[in-house]
Structure formats: C-alpha cells, structure tokens
Ligand binder design. Structure first.
Ligand code: NAG
Ligand code: NAG
Ligand code: NAG
Length: 289
C-alpha cells in the first residue's frame, strides 16, 4: 500500500511539470496564519518581518503545497537579548500522522550563542532532535537556510553547507516523508519554559518586540494541485539541471564537509543520547551508510 503510493507519487511527480522556482513575493506566495498586527511585508513583499510581544507572536504559511522540493530562505534573527524566543521555519503536513521537517532558532541572552534546533517527523513520529551552534552571528546578517527534500533523503543546509541528513530507510521499516504534501511555515513565539539554557533563562519582555526578518524565499519544488490531484513535476524534468535536486545524493566530499561541521558545531544529537533510549537507539541511528 505504502509502496504503491510511493510509486504513484513518483509517477505523478513525472506527470506534469511546472514549478515554483522563482524568488517570490511573500504577498503572493504566503498567507498570514497568526498575529497579523505583528507581521510586516516590505519592498513589495520581498521582505517579511515577524514580531513577538507579550500580546502575541506571529506566523505565515505558503499557499502552495509541495511534494518534494529544494527550499531556500534567508533569515536574520532577533538581535540582542532574545532569550526565550523561538523563530521557526519548517515544512509540515497536517493531521495526527503528519510529516514535518523543522528548523527552530532558539534565542539566547545578549552575546550568547543561538542554537539551531532541527527535528524530523514521519507518520506523526518525531523525537529526532539534533541541535547545532552556528559559525557566525545569525543576528548580524541574513543567512541562507535550506531544506532539500527528495525521495531519497532530507538534508538541511546552512549557507550551502550540509549539517544534517535523514535518509529514506523505508526498506528497513522506518517511515519516510513521501506521501503527504507539506506547506512551508514561518513563525515566532515565546518558549521560555524550554528554549534557552533548558528553560532556566526566561524571556525579558522589556526588550520586546522581538523581530526576525525573512527574504529571498525560493522553492524549486514540485507543487501539488489538490484540485487536479497531481504534482507539477513530470519525468522529463528529472533529467534537467533545474531538477537535479530531485535525484540528488550527498557525494563523498559533501559528506566529509558535513562530518567536519558536525564535529565542530553539534550541540545535541538524539542518536548519541543513550540515556533517553534505554531500550536502544532508534533504528535509523544504528544504520551506517
Ligand atoms: C502513507 O504511507 C503510510 C505507510 O508508509 C500509511 O500508513 C499512510 O496511510 C499513507 N498515507 C496516505 C495519505 O496514503
Ligand atoms: C545560550 O548560551 C549558553 C551559554 O553560552 C549556552 O550554554 C546555550 O547552549 C546557549 N543557547 C541556548 C539556546 O540556550
Ligand atoms: C531585562 O532587561 C532590562 C533592560 O534591557 C534590564 O534592565 C533588566 O535587568 C532585565 N531583567 C532581567 C530579569 O534580566
């Protein structure tokens, strides 16, 4: 059933191609989901800001639904004392057995480092947290955060450098994200109970509003039309340079780069947390490829 669906999804993928590879306008491509008073769109919709104060946070979501894509967004995070504040950027489907690919930026006290918290849910199951320090100050400038999601793998990139990969291990019985369409979301909210130094440092509201900025959203993606019941991607597109990402794997030099970045910057890895999984680490942690 699931195998059949995957085959179908791949056939659909190849059945009609358009795509949204344009560096878009937030006005055209997104809906505000929450806290309208706390969202601004500037420069004809090319720049979007989300703010948080004691009354509300805010968020947006893409109008399009995707089934696979390479998504880039440039983000500049809340400067100064951002303790307790989380800025999130993620792909998600809906429902109890949803799939989700998460990047959450955990704020900190002035001068202390942000953490980039990542997680992956497949068929409603997450618990796959990995956290990273960044090798730059993410509040000083915009940096590019990317998600590659294709039938083989999910990878996270920071300024083009891969930091994490989750492979399709369906053949080993681990559910993969390949039969539910996802939208792209952005949001900012208060998470003082857990985000900063394990929840010890709370949000200091005298510094509010807290504002993060987003620009240059690019979705080189297969757009799902629910009215037509099909994807914008088609077979011949898979062999074109624009769609190389659909069959992309991480070559060995890219894997080396990732390994060295992880050695330097990883802050937490569920795959190393034996205490948390006394019955044994999740299966995907034990499969080396
Ligand atoms: C997706 O596949 C899983 C099994 O891998 C199945 O449980 C689920 O019902 C499928 N969802 C849809 C929408 O087909
Ligand atoms: C905040 O700074 C402290 C001290 O440098 C560090 O331990 C922590 O990992 C940083 N990040 C977060 C989100 O707590
Ligand atoms: C909150 O920030 C204000 C001004 O930035 C500062 O004076 C105050 O001491 C801070 N409060 C706490 C609890 O750190």
């Amino acid at each position: 059933m699931s195998r059949g669906f995957v085959t179908l999804a791949i056939i659909l993928l190849f059945s009609n191609l358009i795509l949204g590879a344009l560096s878009g306008s937030f006005i055209k491509d997104f809906d505000i989901t929450w806290g309208d008073q706390h969202v601004t769109m500037l420069n004809n919709g090319k720049l979007l800001t989300l703010s948080l104060d004691q009354s509300s946070g805010s968020g947006f979501k893409s109008k399009n639904e995707y089934l696979f894509g390479k998504i880039d967004m440039q983000i500049k995070l809340v400067p100064g004392n951002s303790a307790g504040v989380v800025t999130a950027y993620y792909l998600s489907s809906i429902g109890a057995t949803h799939d989700e690919i998460d990047l959450e930026f955990l704020g900190n006290m002035s001068g202390q480092p942000y953490i980039l918290h990542t997680n992956i849910f497949t068929q409603g199951q997450g618990n796959r947290e990995q956290q990273f320090y960044l090798w730059f100050d993410p509040t000083a400038n915009f940096h590019t955060y990317s998600i590659l999601w294709n039938p083989q793998l999910i990878a996270f990139y920071v300024d083009g450098t891969p930091i994490r990969v989750f492979r399709n291990l369906e053949s080993k019985g681990i559910p993969y994200a390949n039969n539910q369409t996802m939208r792209l979301y952005g949001s900012i909210w208060d998470a003082e109970d857990w985000a900063t130094q394990g929840g010890r440092v709370k949000t200091n509201w005298t510094a509010a509003p807290f504002t993060s900025s987003f620009k240059n959203y690019k979705a080189n993606a297969c757009v799902w039309s629910s009215t037509k019941g099909k994807s914008s991607c088609k077979p011949e597109s898979a062999s074109t340079p624009k769609f190389q990402w659909l069959s992309q794997e991480l070559d060995s030099s890219t894997q080396e780069t990732m390994k060295s970045i992880r050695q330097q910057y990883i802050a937490y890895d569920y795959c190393l947390d034996n205490n948390r999984f006394p019955q044994g680490l999740p299966l995907e942690c034990t499969i080396t490829s």
